[in-house]
Design a protein around this ligand. Structure first.
Ligand code: MOS
Length: 735
């Protein structure tokens, strides 16, 4: 079955189908929901990083105007810890004991008639703490260390022999700081109990996980819980987990038996919903004089909370990015008294790629070789670990097309050799090999008597364009105009969807929608299998095409029969079908499942007297497999590129070394790129539909960010001769 229509649907830059609702205020985000009798919750957070609560005096708060309840560990109901998830363990349930393990830990929730009353009363809760010294430094020898936390450490060949045989060895340490996701939308939860049944509006990237987790935590049937997230104001990974504040909103609603709304404040966002953890990475490369890599060793240390976990395999990129016979990658996590880190756009890859791609640039400089040539020379034609052919890989084309578009050949080889008047000019490059990731997903498609289709799955659209691309995909698969297709998501009553994360949703969901739509067409064929009145009688799925709302034999556009006619003759209002995607398996396919590949070309301009650095140009060339929508995919890369400029030049979550307090937890103090920091950005897509799945997409949600930090740092070296191995790159490092 293929679509025979002449219209181009897949790939076309269709405007976002949800745009009118978003710009007219019709799209309701979690904190837009109000219910009769709804009251408001505010959080009290620990002002120390470790210790015990010796006393909580909530008398004044309880007596304050409008207050309905103050819930602390002393009077909170017992809660279970949430379940093990695809992404690891759930966070510990809050308010279960007197222990403090990080600054900002939620130690009480206040419920009052208005948000202002709740916040005021929260400020009246007095807490006395035991005084204990916190572990806050990644280098603290007293901090517990987790070796190989994800069992992903790799070793192939003989690394020691590789370095011994190398003509050139470079060995350096790179550091990246804590970064905070900071989606624009403050994360919010609205909870309404009806007996043991529960409705929750939540800023989540994964409604089903919220449902399953809350059922376990509150020991109520999962069937009574409905989680709604049709619109989420961004997330960047901050909405992947059922964080303690979500649990507290639900707990508060149970306690006061009223609908409760909890909206995090911006400072609370810095300690409540994860962050990209700092890293210290030692990267050692060995190569022959001719530029063949003979040894790669990447040892990464990052931080994690005392009692919670985060999946962040920082060194992984070095095992899979280049063809090299001898490779060792090692990860370790240091447990500190910090809020738990969590995935932040391009988790692990963003940090690891900075070290790897900076080191490759250093090696090229040492070899007096063009860094583009060095990368091409060590291109991994097969998957370096499994030795299997890639399901798709256009990384070489990313480099060559990018070099052409960017004008890489104009780059003078010597650092400091290019100028524009007073300003130093630098060209920098980084390559990216993003991991492929796909998990099972389900969707349902139905066709209605009026000729429209309704397709749905409990996925989320965190601003990425899921509504739009799935509308396009279903329209193509059913042979309908996009205007005749409604795609809906963000409701845990819909078929199961995994998280919008890991750049995996478009693939997982797209393949589920693909299966559902094909099954739906087959349902129609089954209906007319013995139908003497149908020109499609006896037709098999592989013999037909769909276009203009009709099913017809291959090539016979305008013939066959319309969905509407078939439904009418059989007296049906609608016909539906379920689809389930299964992740592609390398063993079965004999291929390594590829993620996206990319190359980032960056030009910087630096004022040598003031240390002022401007990113002047960025060319991103991405192999994202089949691109469902050129416009939304381009927007993903642009947004990621801006995030990468943030990681490279601005973002730095500062923890006070004595108290563990986040010192810059506001948009005034936590710097992100503004329009003046963002240059012209060109995005080019290359490559072919990936062979591992029927739809052929590879995720493009995160690859836009990865590579920017190294490309900028490499451009800085080219402009100035200064190697900056520590992010963010600030003026003082350039003076
Ligand atoms: Mo993404 S950091 O997997 O939401």
């Amino acid at each position: 079955m293929t679509a025979a229509g002449s219209r181009v649907i897949i790939g076309a830059g269709l405007d976002r189908v949800d745009a009118p609702l978003k710009v007219t205020g019709g799209a309701q985000y979690p904190n837009d929901f109000d219910y009769p009798g709804m009251v408001h919750a505010a959080l009290v957070r620990s002002t120390v990083a470790v210790g015990r609560i010796l006393a909580i005096d909530a008398a004044e708060a309880r007596a304050a105007a409008g207050v309905l309840a103050v819930i602390t560990f002393e009077n909170a109901m017992r809660l279970s810890r949430g379940p093990m998830t695809l992404l690891g363990p759930s966070p510990p349930a809050p308010l279960q004991n007197d222990r403090i393990l990080h600054y900002g830990q939620h130690i009480a929730v206040v419920v009052a008639a208005t948000a202002e009353q709740a916040r005021h009363a929260a400020s009246l809760v007095r807490v006395r703490y035991e005084d204990v010294e916190a572990l806050l430094d990644i280098d603290d020898p007293a901090a517990p260390v987790v070796e190989n936390p994800w069992r992903l450490d790799t070793e192939r060949g003989d690394v020691a022999a590789g370095f011994a045989a190398a003509d050139v060895v470079i060995d350096n340490t790179y550091t990246t700081p804590d970064n905070t996701n900071n989606p624009l939308g403050l994360m919010a939860t609205v909870a309404i109990w009806h007996g043991d049944a529960l409705t929750v509006h939540d800023s989540t990237q994964w409604p089903h996980n919220v449902r399953t987790s809350l059922a376990t935590i509150f020991n109520v049937p999962e069937s009574g819980i409905r989680v709604l997230a049709p619109y989420v104001g961004g997330a960047f990974g901050a909405g992947l987990r059922v964080w303690p504040h979500v649990i507290l909103a639900v707990l508060a609603a149970r306690e006061v038996q009223r609908p409760v709304k909890l909206v995090l404040t911006r400072p609370e966002m810095f300690t409540s919903v994860g962050h990209r953890p700092e890293s210290v990475q030692r990267l050692k490369l060995g190569a022959t004089r001719a530029g063949d890599l003979v040894a790669v060793q990447h040892e990464a240390v990052s931080t994690v909370a005392m009692d919670d976990d985060d999946y962040e395999p920082v060194s992984q990129c070095s095992a899979v990015s280049y063809a090299c016979p001898n490779t060792r990658t090692r990860d370790r996590q240091v447990r500190l008294n910090i809020p738990c880190p969590g995935s932040m756009r391009g988790p692990a890859e963003g940090q690891g790629n900075f070290a790897l791609e900076s080191a490759i640039d250093e090696l090229a400089h040492e070899l007096a070789m063009d860094p583009l040539e060095l990368r091409l020379r060590n291109f991994a034609a097969e998957h370096p670990v499994s030795g299997l052919p890639w399901s798709s890989n256009a990384l070489r084309e990313c480099y060559t097309r990018g070099a052409e578009r960017f004008g890489w050949s104009r780059r003078g080889p010597e650092p400091g050799s290019m100028r524009d008047g007073h300003r130093l000019v630098g060209y920098g490059l980084a390559g990216v090999s993003y991991p492929g990731y796909q998990v099972p997903c389900q969707a349902r498609a139905s066709l209605n008597r009026d000729g429209s289709a309704f397709v749905r799955s409990a996925a989320t659209d965190i601003g990425t364009g899921t509504y739009t691309v799935m509308t396009q995909l279903a329209a193509e698969l059913l042979g309908l105009d996009t205007g005749r297709v409604r795609f809906d998501l963000g409701d845990s009553d819909m078929p199961y969807s995994p998280q919008a994360g890991g750049s995996g949703l478009t693939g997982a969901l797209g393949n589920a929608v693909h299966v559902a739509c094909r099954r739906l067409v087959r349902e129609f064929l089954d209906l007319v299998a013995d139908d003497a009145a149908s020109p499609l009688r006896g037709a098999r799925l592989d013999e037909v095409e769909v276009s203009d709302g009709r099913i017809h034999r291959a090539g016979a556009v305008g013939r066959g029969e319309s969905y509407v006619d078939i439904l009418a003759r059989h007296g049906l209002e609608e016909l539906g079908a379920d689809g389930r995607s299964t992740p592609p398996l390398p063993e079965e396919l004999g291929m390594a499942i590829a993620g996206a590949f990319g190359a980032k070309f960056v030009e910087v301009r630096i004022d040598p007297d003031l240390g002022l650095l401007r990113v002047a140009r960025v060319v991103s060339v991405i192999d994202g497999g089949r691109i469902l929508n050129e416009k939304t995919a381009t927007s993903q890369i642009i947004g990621g590129t801006v995030g990468g400029i943030g990681q490279a030049l601005f973002e730095d979550t500062v923890t006070d070394s004595g108290t563990g307090r986040i010192a810059n937890a506001t948009f005034g103090d936590y710097l992100v790129p503004v329009n003046a920091d963002v240059p012209d950005m060109e995005v080019v897509f290359v490559g072919e539909p990936d062979r591992a799945t029927p739809v052929g997409t590879k995720g493009v949600g995160e690859i836009g960010l990865v590579g920017m930090a190294a490309a900028i740092a490499n451009a800085v070296h080219h402009a100035t001769g200064r190697r900056v191995r520590s992010l963010p790159i600030t003026i003082d490092q350039l003076m």
